[in-house]
Design a protein around this ligand. Structure first.
Ligand code: GLU
Length: 334
């Protein structure tokens, strides 16, 4: 303690409270209105079926840790979860294994390179680096509980369903479109195998990973899934504990550093929330203890993040007081 700061010793840091429910709902509606005509960005087409998305789709959902929903726009439109699945599969593996295990076997540092980079593996002696890039996610899916690929897939499907609070289903068209065209992911898995960094048949792991990416969700589902991490691992709608508070904490730490591809630093600097995005246009952004935003709009920037989703999260983080790093001394009346 420094001299002259004695009067501060009784104060604790306070990260604020959410606005009243009606004001929160209004703020979401305003953000939706502000960005619904923004047409910047491109729809992903390297997985052919994703190109069929309607560029006008735009949904914003915020679920707070009491389970209350605040929503605007296309919050029930179904789309494939894609890379956002990586966050929740990582949580399931953390729960089944341990903090030390995932730290050592997968890693928790950003590669600074695109999500499907071969060079990232080569530069790091075959280490997958983190579970939010494809190499790390494929290695992580191999670690899921189950004796056979079918059992591992069921662990993932039911586990992610518990985060969402409803049974999630695979979109067979998305799965087939990706599995027929994902030679790069198969190459990444083979490269990991050459370094002895994957514990099962590499192509089985790519298959499981591709299935998990093909699960259908809505912006509402993403907000519930994120709110489960915001609520210390308890789904605030179903009240079911899905993972431990420690696993929720570790997952959020990883999302803060690696969740938004190579733009994770910029995202954290501007928005200040752990988050994960996917190439179908979804984003989940989590405010620990407060709730989570689920956004959906298919046009992406060059890093693969939804343009409207990012703009909305930027505004909502400020308007709802969600930024993790924004604190002030606790008000005396609390
Ligand atoms: N299934 C996609 C892939 O592996 C996910 C990419 C993403 O959403 O970032 O390429």
């Amino acid at each position: 303690m420094f001299e002259g700061e004695q009067t501060q010793t009784e104060q604790r840091a306070f990260t604020g409270q959410l606005p009243a429910p009606s004001a929160t709902s209004r703020t979401l509606a305003e953000a939706h209105h502000r960005y619904r005509d923004l047409d910047d960005g491109e729809i992903a087409d390297y997985i052919p079926i994703l190109a069929e998305a309607d560029p006008s789709w735009f949904g914003l959902s915020f679920i707070d840790t009491t389970g209350r929903a605040h929503e605007a726009g296309d919050v029930e439109v179904a789309f494939s979860i894609q890379s956002i699945s990586k966050a929740f599969v990582f949580a399931l593996v953390c729960q089944a294994r341990s903090h030390e295990f995932v730290h050592e076997r997968i890693g928790v540092n950003n590669t600074g390179l695109p999500f499907n980079s071969v060079m990232a593996i080569e530069l790091n002696d075959g280490h997958p680096m983190n579970a939010m890039v494809n190499a790390g996610a494929i290695a992580t899916s191999a670690l899921v509980t189950g004796e056979t690929p079918a059992e591992k897939w069921e662990t993932i499907r039911t586990g992610l369903s518990r985060f969402a609070g409803r049974s999630l289903e695979l979109d067979g068209r998305v799965y087939r479109s990706e599995i027929e065209t994902n030679q790069r992911n198969k190459a990444l898995a083979r490269l990991l195998e050459s370094y002895g960094r994957i514990i099962t048949d590499p192509l089985d792991s790519v298959d499981i990973y591709t299935r998990q990416c093909s699960l259908l969700v809505s912006a509402h589902d993403l907000a519930v899934m994120g709110a489960t991490l915001a609520d210390g691992g308890v789904n605030p709608v179903t009240r079911e504990r899905v993972v431990s508070a420690e696993v929720a904490r570790d997952t959020l730490a990883l999302l803060a550093s690696c969740g938004m591809y190579e733009n994770s630093g910029e995202w954290l600097f501007e928005i200040g929330l752990p988050a994960k995005s996917g190439v179908a246009g979804g984003i989940v952004a989590i405010a620990p203890g407060k709730g989570a935003l689920g956004t959906f709009s298919p046009r992406l920037d060059s890093a693969g993040n939804s343009v409207r989703g990012q703009r909305a999260c930027f505004d909502l983080s400020r308007a709802l007081g969600l930024n993790l790093f924004a604190s002030s001394p606790e008000p005396p009346h609390r």
